[in-house]
Design a protein around this ligand. Structure first.
Ligand code: NAD
Ligand code: UFG
Length: 332
């Protein structure tokens, strides 16, 4: 399939572009490089032997997106979004404009071009703070604790409403749990600018001696060791989940919702310990106050993706830490 990949030079997008090429598909990237580098294209080429086509454009630009979308696509995988939770609280209009208005514009361009198949990057954040675990796809959507989360809930709504009105559309909503790790080649990964917001990139910098210690947000959660529990999923497994959804649901009208996670949770202290083991570096930490808006624990029910997509995350926490560490070191 020829697949338009918005946000394809970003963290998850770049890994998915590699998986698309490896799966025999032809990805074409659209990215405005707001949070990525064009050098990613050379790295993808060095891994796969194929240099993907890329258009530098903003998904909010209807004229540009209409021109690009008309170049003969079978499907779109839509990653492009801003994702910093704290920034979304400071700049809500930027987030609604980029994520929600951007998605609406993209969909207009796809509709005009007759592209009716989309795989969308959603998030476990849409479940809010549910009463029970694991989180299943049937659970009602929760209440987000920040504008970023509301943009994901709103974009899911936009896509479901579109599918209800245009019954030929195939919409796959993939709800990621906590994507971490990097490509095993050490050539692709996540490189947040400034101080990382997320746990694993932060831990990586402490292991590398670039930050002094990890602040563990809360030691009094109702979890086995008191620290927050998340379902960390290797970015290469996640990338493969997109190919599975595309292959399964292309030409299959409807709204198809899947959790992408491993189905098991790890605490913050478990992540620090696994990273120490894989890096061989000491990782000092201090337990501080809870971070507002965090839930105690989150992990996915994964049987639906296993059953319907024949997809299952295969890489464990140690592999996630080892690949993250290889990427961290490759850049120094
Ligand atoms: P990322 O920032 O690395 O990638 C997003 C890409 O989109 C970047 O390359 C950025 O330049 C591009 N982009 C942003 N706004 C754009 C616009 N208006 N026009 C064109 N390009 C634009 O982030 P990521 O971690 O790869 O996330 C990809 C998707 O997955 C996002 O939709 C994100 O919300 C979602 N998601 C991520 C996580 C996570 O923890 N990483 C969790 C759940 C969901
Ligand atoms: N944590 C720390 N110290 C840090 C960073 C994080 O203790 O410096 C803890 C958090 O409190 C949480 C865990 O590590 O218990 C994971 O935190 P992350 O920030 O890595 O991930 P979140 O689960 O908070 O957020 C992620 C994505 C969001 C998405 C959300 C959905 O980053 O985009 O999952 O649940 F919305």
């Amino acid at each position: 399939m020829r697949v338009l990949v918005t946000g394809g030079t970003g963290f998850i997008g770049s890994h998915t572009v590699v998986s698309l090429i490896e799966g025999g598909h032809e990805p074409v990237i659209v990215d405005n490089l707001a949070n990525s580098q064009p050098s990613v294209l050379d790295r993808v080429a060095s891994i796969t032997g194929v240099a993907p086509e890329m258009h530098r454009a903003d998904i909010r630009d209807l004229e540009a997106m209409t021109a690009i979308a008309s170049r003969g696509f079978d499907a779109c995988i839509h990653f492009a979004a801003l994702k910093a939770v704290g920034e979304s609280v400071e700049e809500p209009l930027l987030y609604y404009d980029n994520n929600v208005a951007g998605t609406v514009t993209l969909l207009m361009a796809l509709e005009a071009a007759g592209v009716e198949s989309i795989v969308f990057s959603s998030s476990a954040t849409v479940y809010g703070d549910p009463d029970s675990l694991p989180m299943t796809e049937e659970m009602p959507l929760g209440s987000a604790t920040n504008p970023y989360g509301w943009t994901k809930i709103t974009m899911e709504r936009v896509l479901a409403d579109l599918q209800a009105a245009r019954s030929g559309w195939s919409v796959s909503l993939l709800r990621y749990f906590n994507p971490v790790g990097a490509h095993p080649s050490g050539q692709l990964g996540e490189d947040p600018s400034g101080v990382p917001n997320n746990l694993m990139p932060y831990v990586a910098r402490v292991a590398a001696g670039r930050l002094p210690k990890v602040e563990v947000f809360g030691g009094d959660y109702p979890t086995p060791d008191g620290t927050g529990v998340r379902d960390y999923v290797h970015v290469v497994d996640l990338a493969e989940g997109h190919i599975a959804a595309l292959d399964r649901h292309h030409g299959d009208p409807g709204v198809h919702v899947y959790n992408l996670g491993t189905g098991r949770g790890h605490s913050v202290l478990e992540v620090i310990k696994a990273y120490e083991e894989e890096s061989g570096r000491p990782i000092p930490y201090e337990i501080v106050d809870r971070r507002p808006g965090d839930v105690a624990a989150s992990w996915a029910a994964v049987n639906k993706a296993e059953r319907e997509l024949s997809w299952k995350a295969r890489r464990d926490l140690h592999e996630m830490c080892a690949d993250s560490w290889r990427w961290e070191q490759a850049r120094r």
